[in-house]
Design a protein around this ligand. Structure first.
Ligand code: SF4
Ligand code: SF4
Length: 322
């Protein structure tokens, strides 16, 4: 039963996507660390209900999850990936790995991961030029960037002649936007839209802080003409069904019991006893949510948006997002 049959156009390349984008961060080793095989039923249900837009990144290490889960349908869906590297050599390796592991010879969307500002883009210029070259060869359909900052959104606006897609942090309360309010972020998205960029939203539930009011938080973005699609981390069949129900405008019933259960599941970032207080993780938390306590690193749960990026840089594997 395909209930997600309405597609929106994302960016000037005319990519048609479902408003609900299936995010793969939460199943990744940075968070729940679920195996590709265990995710097969989840992707199967997502395909059955019609989700055609899937978000990943080199950093998430979920290409195999997509390959196994989407099976024969992998060429029929839209896949967005990201590279956070600053070197051309590493970018080449990452993109080749993406093609190889997904088993595709074209990737729909490739983004520079977490761009902060113009100086950051300048450092990544060789990577951007490489992605644009692949785009001119038909191997990538759209190039763009993701950002946790309004200053990153501004970079996409200034370079809208080169970029087509913006993937910004945006949610009802502005959680996770490092350098401004939700109103200021919306103002930048207005200019991004006028510049012709396709926009899909990251952290619509503020990394879980808004999950108790998820319908309201999602509808806040759905009602905005500035946001084309919304990425939500999914790692279970129940999460597929609840999110499809929210996006389907009544075509698929919302199971209240499943909804309540997901809304009240407590999620948090934990640092365990393996921590050696080296402080490395603190450098990678752009939310300022980590600090060194007396015995180990500690997490400010009010600030943490559960991205899991700190976990990838802990040499002791002491951090888990659960
Ligand atoms: S990187 Fe790991 S070991 Fe180092 S302070 Fe952070 S949690 Fe502790
Ligand atoms: S502590 Fe920082 S880097 Fe780690 S999950 Fe939370 S927001 Fe992300």
């Amino acid at each position: 039963m395909n209930v997600m049959d309405n597609k929106v156009t994302l960016g000037r390349a005319g990519i048609k996507v479902t408003e609900l984008c299936f995010g793969t961060l939460t199943m990744s080793a940075l968070q729940a660390d679920l195996s590709p095989e265990s995710m097969e039923p989840v992707f199967k249900r997502a395909l059955e209900l019609g989700i055609n837009f899937y978000d990943t990144a080199h950093r998430y290490v979920t290409y195999r999850h997509l390959r196994v889960g989407l099976g024969q349908k992998i060429n029929d869906v839209v896949i967005a990936s990201k590279t956070g590297t600053k070197t051309l050599e590493q970018a080449r390796e990452e993109v080749e790995q993406c093609f190889r592991e997904l088993g595709r010879d074209m990737i729909d969307i490739y983004l520079l991961h977490q761009v902060d500002d113009e100086a950051d883009l300048e450092q990544r210029r060789p990577v951007l030029d490489y992605l644009l070259k692949l785009q001119s060869q038909g191997k990538i359909r759209s190039v763009g960037l993701s950002s946790h900052r309004i200053s990153g959104n501004e970079v996409a606006i200034r370079h809208a002649d080169e970029m087509d897609i913006l993937f910004p942090v945006i949610n009802q309360q502005g959680l996770g936007i490092i350098d401004g309010t939700v109103e200021q972020a919306m103002e930048s998205l207005k200019r991004a839209k006028s510049a012709g960029l396709g926009i899909y939203a990251m952290k619509p539930l503020g990394g879980g802080h808004l999950r108790k009011n998820s319908v309201e938080a999602i509808n806040f973005l759905r009602k905005s003409p500035l946001v084309d699609a919304i990425a939500i981390g999914i790692k279970s069949v129940d999460e597929v069904e609840v999110n499809v129900a929210i996006f389907s405008d009544g075509k698929f019933p919302l199971d209240q019991k499943k909804f309540e259960s997901l809304a009240t599941t407590d999620r948090r970032t934990l640092v365990n006893f393996l921590c050696k207080r080296c402080g490395e993780c603190i450098k990678y938390c752009d939310q300022g949510a980590l600090f060194l306590g007396e015995k180990k690193a500690e997490v400010d749960l009010e600030k943490c948006i559960l991205c899991g990026y700190c976990a990838a840089h802990c040499p002791q594997f002491a951090i888990r997002v659960i």
